[in-house]
Design a protein around this ligand. Structure first.
Ligand code: ZN
Length: 416
């Protein structure tokens, strides 16, 4: 087989495109493949698809293609322009690359797979492209995937905030709880951050939302109430966030008690912060022995901890009525504990009780969102090179957006 035919096959070129010549540069380890078409070929108008006569050609362009046995391989062609009676002079679509891309579809597919598995720097190194080129491929993949996404709201969504490392800036994340994907990333954690997400949909689409898992954060509650019809029946305050609030109460009790004990020369609570934050079943074996000793002491912190651990049971009830009875008992216990931080937390939960109990109707939590959060932390860690927040967002959509990232002509490749 001649090299021209070989490349014709390798490139998957069809009529009217053929390989005109192949140049091999041994010193530079590169192959240049020149692609052409016969004179007088008609091409489809990119707007209407009508076959139109050629008009002229633009200057030759070059695309990076998959390497041929470690030889960098480039495709050269002069893109034809057609003259459509309706749409005027337009550049015809090329079967091997997207408009504006400097890489062929097949190279983009390889790059996307590489970027999924490695960080940008590593991927760029393996692909022998620059960091900026790799970044650009990632960005294009995300824009393509988001544009192709069906315009629908998930039935069950989770709303969470994400602190940007160092500094106290936040982002608002909306997740599809069923698909476990990040649907939206907003700036800050204000009402407007979340409203912007809902505003992209019609009221009818928004009323299709069945359940919303979120923290008791007033800005998010306001946005949901204003934008989602019957939000008050759909919002479920996430149990993990609730337990976090109560855990903070325990920690405040510990801090105060530790201070008092230290004044009496008692350092029982020294370096015990994390002991009290574990749930009973997640406690590392090494910590358990010490914990068992101090748990049974006469400490206020131990009473606060027992309150926190007991609250967990509420979510194991099968009916809202059972959970409600449990809550009444717990609330009485908490508010009579003489532990001010725990009383505060009990009252906070009491104010939000209706939408804590909606759990028993919808059974949603932010566990998926929390899982995505840790995936995002990995993206963040990998992304030491991210120059700004927009880049970081693109990377989150790339890794966590559940998007079809591949070029259109390769859509037989589904995201894995
Ligand atoms: Zn046309």
């Amino acid at each position: 087989m001649e090299s021209k035919e070989l490349y014709q096959c390798l490139l998957g070129l069809n009529e009217p495109w053929t390989v005109g010549r192949v140049e091999l540069d041994m010193a530079k380890m590169r192959v240049d493949v020149y692609v052409e078409h016969p004179n007088g070929t008609c091409f489809a108008c990119p707007e209407c698809g009508q076959a139109c006569a050629g008009y002229d050609h633009v200057a030759e362009r070059v695309w990076r293609h998959l390497d041929s046995c470690q030889f960098l391989t480039y495709l050269h062609a002069k893109p034809p322009r057609i003259s459509c009676p309706e749409h005027g002079v337009r550049q015809a679509r090329l079967p091997w690359a997207e408009e504006g891309s400097r890489f062929t579809h097949l190279f983009e597919v390889l790059a996307i797979d590489m970027l999924k598995a490695a960080n940008i720097k590593q991927a760029a190194h393996i692909l022998r492209i620059t960091w900026d080129q790799a970044w650009h491929l990632m960005e294009r993949a995300v824009l393509r995937g988001r544009a192709a996404k069906v315009d629908a709201l998930p039935k069950k969504i989770g709303i969470d905030e994400k602190a940007i490392a160092k500094g106290h800036r936040y982002m608002t994340l909306v997740c599809d709880l069923e698909a476990a994907t990040v649907e939206y990333i907003g700036e800050e954690r204000t009402e407007a951050s979340l409203t912007a997400y809902f505003k992209a949909f019609t009221e009818e689409q928004r009323s299709g939302i069945e359940a919303i898992s979120l923290d008791m954060w007033p800005a998010y509650i306001k946005a949901c109430t204003a934008q989602v019809p019957q939000a008050e029946d759909k919002m479920v305050f996430d149990r993990f966030h609730i337990m976090q609030h109560v855990g903070n109460g325990v920690d405040r009790v510990r801090k105060e008690e530790h201070k008092v004990l230290l004044q009496e020369g008692d350092d029982t609570l020294k370096r015990s912060k994390y002991l009290w934050l574990y749930s009973a079943e997640n406690m590392p074996a090494a910590a358990r022995e010490r914990f068992d000793q101090i748990k049974h002491g006469n400490l206020k912190t131990a009473r606060a901890w027992a309150l926190k651990e007991s609250l967990r049971e509420m979510w194991s009830y099968r009916s809202v009525a059972g959970a409600r009875r449990f809550w009444d008992r717990w609330y009485f216990w908490a508010t009579h504990s003489r532990l001010a931080p725990m009383i505060d937390k009990a009252k906070l939960l009491a104010r939000h009780l209706p939408n804590i109990l909606t759990y028993f109707k919808h059974r949603v939590t932010n566990a998926v969102a929390e899982g995505l959060n840790s995936k995002i932390a990995t993206v963040q860690k990998r992304a030491c090179g991210f120059r700004n927040r927009d880049n970081f967002k693109i990377a989150i959509y790339f890794h966590c957006g559940g998007l079809d990232l591949y070029p259109a002509s390769t859509t037989h490749r589904k995201p894995g």
